[in-house]
Each structure stands twice: as structure tokens, then as C-alpha cells.
Write a protein that binds this ligand. Structure first.
Ligand code: CIR
Length: 254
């Protein structure tokens, strides 16, 4: 069975962290509707959705991806790079506890799950404004006993590594080459985003399907031409909080 942990969207989202975007009004009701449609989409792909309640004073708590890295053998509870987000970790740790042994990133390390791209036993970690050298070193040390290699990847101009690159299938990556160098990922097939859509690099791959924002039609066409099966979603309000489709769930098999 595949579990998808999500977290309710709180009205506090209007006070979310923002790094590369200007603050613009968020329609909270519409954002909630889009978040529910996202959860319904996960359910339609056979994920058992477990929605956690929103946390008090946690505007970004729906972005659960940043708070943990869940692998088959273990889950790493992160120490997010935005200190206001440290409050989010206890509820995620409690939700993962029944399923995985938990390990943690500690000070002075910081690491956001949005910076972590797992491809089999290879784990790429973005050197972003949120994830520091100690966070990457700790992740490497924690995962070595399980046979994972951890490689640091420079990113520029975006929030997280997965703002710039995500997986579309076993051997295909969707990449914004302005934000990350495609060559660092080795032999995998690379599909570039359309240059008019810089934020189009965040797609959520689940089995044979990719969940993808409807806001990027030119890149969507590239995905479809490449034979990728896509389910599109309108996540425009969530995008105003600098969130994409990967960041609203933690997916793992049990
Ligand atoms: C933040 O800046 O932390 C949130 N407003 C957005 C986090 C998005 N997370 C992700 O892409 N993994």
C-alpha cells in the first residue's frame, strides 16, 4: 500500500515564507479547494491519503515534503532552513513513527526535503538557501549504512532543488537548465522545461503517471509529446506560497 501524508491548509498561509516571489493575496478558500483536488488526485492514483490537521502558527505546514525524507528503510526528520518551520516537525515525526525508524538532522545542519531528489540508491541534494553543508554531510552519514550515496548539487535562482528538477519516469528528468546543470545527474533522459515557464520543473511522478500544474501549457505539451501520462491540476493559489506539486505530500510504501 502507498501512503500519502498531507497536512490541512491553514488560513495562516497568507503569512507564508517567501523567497523568490512577491507576496500577492491568496484566496484561502480557493487554495483549500485546490489542495483537496490534489488529495483526490493522489487517492485516484491509489494512495491512501492521511491528512494531518494544520498546525497553529504554521503558515507553511501544508508543505510536508520539506519536513522529512522517507526512504524504504528509514525516515529522516529534517531541520528546515526557515527557522519558523521548525514547529512543523513534531507532528510529521509522530505521523511517520508507526511506519519507519526515525533519524534526525541536528544543529548546525539545515535541510529541506524539497532539496532532496532520490533516484534509487542515489540521492541528490540541492545546495540552496535552505540546505547547508552540515545538513548534507549529516544526511550522507545517516544514509551510508543503508547503501545510499548523497551528492551535493549547486542550484541558483530557485527555492529548492526540486523547483528545478524532478523525475518524470524511472529514467527521465524534467529540468530547468537555468537553475541546475542537467549534466550532474548522469545518464538519465533529460526533458527541458519551456524557457517561458521557469517554474515548470516541479512534477510529481507516481507509478505510470505524473501530476502536473495546468499553469505550464508549453512544458505540458513537451511532456505529452514525450509520451508521459499526465494528470493536470490547477494549483495556482498554492503556487503563490512558492509551493509546487511535490511539496504537498510525503509518499511512501508500507
Ligand atoms: C517555504 O518557503 O518554505 C514555503 N512557502 C514553500 C515551501 C515549498 N516546498 C517545496 O517546494 N518543497
Amino acid at each position: 500500500m502507498r501512503i500519502a501524508i498531507t497536512r490541512e491548509l491553514s488560513e495562516a498561509i497568507v503569512d507564508c515564507e517567501l523567497t523568490h516571489l512577491e507576496r500577492v493575496p491568496i484566496d484561502v478558500e480557493l487554495a483549500r479547494l485546490q489542495h483537496h483536488q490534489y488529495e483526490d488526485c493522489l487517492a485516484s492514483l491509489d494512495c491512501a491519503v492521511q491528512q494531518l490537521p494544520a498546525g497553529r502558527d504554521m503558515p507553511d505546514s501544508l508543505f510536508v515534503e520539506d519536513i522529512a525524507v522517507v526512504l524504504d528503510e528509514v525516515a529522516i526528520i529534517t531541520r528546515p532552513g526557515a527557522h519558523r518551520r521548525w514547529l512543523e516537525t513534531p507532528a510529521i515525526a509522530a505521523a511517520l513513527q508507526p511506519y519507519r525508524r526515525l533519524l534526525r538532522i541536528g544543529p548546525p545542519g539545515t535541510l529541506d526535503g524539497g532539496d532532496v531528489l532520490q533516484m534509487g540508491r542515489q540521492i541528490f541534494v540541492g545546495q540552496s538557501g535552505r540546505t547547508n553543508r552540515s545538513g548534507i554531510q549529516q544526511l550522507r552519514r545517516l544514509l551510508k549504512p543503508f547503501g545510499y550515496s548523497v551528492e551535493a548539487v549547486p542550484v541558483q535562482g530557485c527555492l529548492h532543488l526540486k523547483s528545478a528538477v524532478t523525475q518524470l519516469s524511472e529514467d527521465t528528468l524534467l529540468v530547468n537548465p537555468d537553475w541546475v546543470t542537467p549534466g550532474v545527474f548522469g545518464i538519465h533522459r533529460i526533458l527541458e522545461i519551456h524557457p517561458s515557464e521557469p517554474h515548470a520543473g516541479n512534477a510529481l511522478w507516481i507509478d505510470q503517471t505524473v501530476i502536473y500544474p495546468s499553469a505550464y501549457p508549453a512544458t505540458l505539451e513537451r511532456l505529452q509529446r514525450a509520451g508521459i501520462q499526465v494528470k493536470t491540476l490547477d494549483v495556482s493559489e498554492i503556487a503563490k506560497a512558492e509551493g509546487g506539486v511535490t511539496c504537498c505530500s510525503l509518499l511512501f510504501d508500507v
